[in-house]
Design a binder for this molecule. Structure first.
Ligand SMILES: N[C@@H](CCC(=O)N[C@@H](CS)C(=O)NCC(=O)O)C(=O)O
Length: 216
């Protein structure tokens, strides 16, 4: 059984959720290994030396392999199980292209914005939030336009690009205060399709832990 390292008591963490949702969609069992991120476990030299030098979750242990970076983990699992990887070489390349865009711009600005607003230890700086908001709007506009004439990101059916990109979009909208479904209706419709994939469960149902009150 695959071991998925997730952040302890912090099911707010969307990158591990991407992998958990994907494993469920593949029908593959997995066990959580808790990482005490909130008490600094990922910042210790020991954890970095033994588990992930980048200091991040998720980490997947699959047999003798230990993999990090959700995009790479999704690619590995898709290839291994022959599912959701795209049907042709062009589609496979296209999934990689969107996963790179996701990691740089689509997930990362939104995840940072949401974290600062919902869970940050200090009140978010309005200038930083406004800058992030501009970056988010730019990335969301690109994706909304791409989805205008297709139901999924690549090839008319769900692929790992979709699993990667939707990971933070199932959390309650109060956490980010960003109503993406209203601003970007194509993204709203796509997220609704992703919710219909067998194995889908909301982040707070798949990952152990509990909801935290929004702080700011
Ligand atoms: N690009 C990475 C991002 C992973 C990431 O940032 N994970 C968060 C938890 S959701 C983390 O471990 N953050 C620790 C840190 O940035 O110090 C991925 O997709 O796996």
């Amino acid at each position: 059984m695959a071991l998925l390292y997730i952040v302890q008591r912090f099911c707010q963490s969307g990158n591990p959720y991407k992998v958990a949702f994907f494993l469920n969609a593949l029908g593959q069992p997995w066990d959580p290994v808790f990482v005490d991120f909130m008490n600094g476990a990922t910042r210790t030299d020991d954890w970095r030396a033994s588990t992930n030098e980048m200091g991040e979750a998720p980490v997947l242990e699959d047999g003798t392999r230990r993999l990090t970076q959700s995009g790479l983990i999704l690619g590995h699992l898709a290839r291994k199980h022959g599912a959701f990887e795209g049907r042709t070489e062009e589609e496979k390349l296209e999934t990689q292209r969107w996963i790179l865009f996701d990691n740089h711009k689509f997930t990362s600005y939104f995840a940072t914005y949401r974290f600062m607003k919902a869970f940050g230890s200090v009140a978010p700086d309005p200038a930083i939030m406004s800058w992030l908001r501009g970056r988010m709007d730019a990335a969301f506009s690109v994706v909304d336009k791409h989805l205008q004439d297709r139901a999924f990101m690549v090839g008319g059916q769900p692929t790992i690009a979709d699993f990667s990109m939707c990971g933070y979009l199932f959390y309650p909208k109060e956490e980010s205060g960003y109503d993406f479904a209203e601003r970007y209706p194509q993204i709203g419709a796509w997220v609704a399709c992703m919710r219909g994939i067998p194995g889908w469960e909301a982040p707070y149902d798949i990952l152990p832990g509990g909801r935290l009150p929004v702080r700011w």
